[in-house]
Design a protein around this ligand. Structure first.
Ligand code: BTN
Length: 234
């Protein structure tokens, strides 16, 4: 799947994901440090501090990449965890596709594809040097380390890590990510039951332990739609 990538830097953009989705152009990176209408999952807005944060989208050819959305999602997560680890930040993944540090969000992922297009677009919002997060329960690499970093360097590193991970088989990918699951061993409410969250397996199922000791493997997607957050005191 080694292919030349087109790289588009935009001084200002409404949304880097929307920009790439306008045209079916696999193998393109679009990024900006001034995204004014960033989108998150469920029609949410993605907060952004001009010149301080990164909006990054990359498109792959669906057929060539030939991986499930779940695998692409976990590979994106592991890439972000590695990127942050390189900045000496120990982050965690929060189901389905957020990156958290000490309970605060630092990065969000939005994967999109249209039926009539060959491309799949992975969008990543990454808080880097921002300090003004308003009412959002979020953080940035600067707030975590007190070190300002060069946004272009981070875009380069992120690109390299992502491409490397997308191009290879990662044995035990689910377990690797699972170890950094924010909800691991926590009690949550799932479909009206109090369950304890366990590991994710290679079939993208998460293990849930019920109060009576019963253990069920549930598809991550199903868990995502039916879980209601952590229970108090856990
Ligand atoms: C979420 O937390 O719900 C996902 C947020 C994804 C934000 C990124 S920023 C780059 C790309 N362009 C967008 O409009 N959204 C994604």
């Amino acid at each position: 799947m080694t292919q030349k990538l087109n790289k588009i830097y935009l001084e200002e953009v409404v949304s880097t994901n929307s920009f790439l989705l306008q045209e079916d152009r696999p193998n393109t990176i679009c990024y900006s440090f001034n995204q004014i209408g960033g989108r998150g999952r469920h029609q949410s807005k993605w907060n952004f501090e001009k010149g301080k944060d990164i909006a990054f989208s990359i498109s792959f050819n669906k057929a060539t990449i030939n991986q499930s959305i779940e695998e692409i999602n976990l590979k994106t997560i592991i890439s972000l965890l590695q990127l942050l680890d390189n900045l000496n930040i120990n982050a965690q993944f929060k189901i389905p596709n957020d990156i958290y540090i000490n309970g605060k969000k630092i990065s969000g992922i939005l994967i999109e594809h249209l039926d009539n297009q060959n491309q799949i677009v992975i969008g990543i919002g990454l808080n880097i040097n921002s300090t003004n997060h308003g009412e959002f329960n979020s953080t940035s690499t600067f707030l975590e380390t007190n070190v300002e970093v060069n946004l272009n360097d981070i875009v380069g590193d992120l690109t390299n890590i992502l491409i490397k991970n997308m191009n290879k088989d990662i044995p035990g990918l689910a377990t690797l990510v699972s170890n950094q699951n924010f909800l691991l061993n926590k009690k949550v409410s799932y479909a009206g039951n109090d369950v304890t969250v366990g590991h994710i397996n290679d079939n993208f199922e998460i293990s849930l332990t019920y109060p009576n000791g019963e253990i069920k493997q549930v598809k991550l997607l199903d868990f995502t739609t039916k879980y209601k957050g952590e229970n108090n005191g856990t």
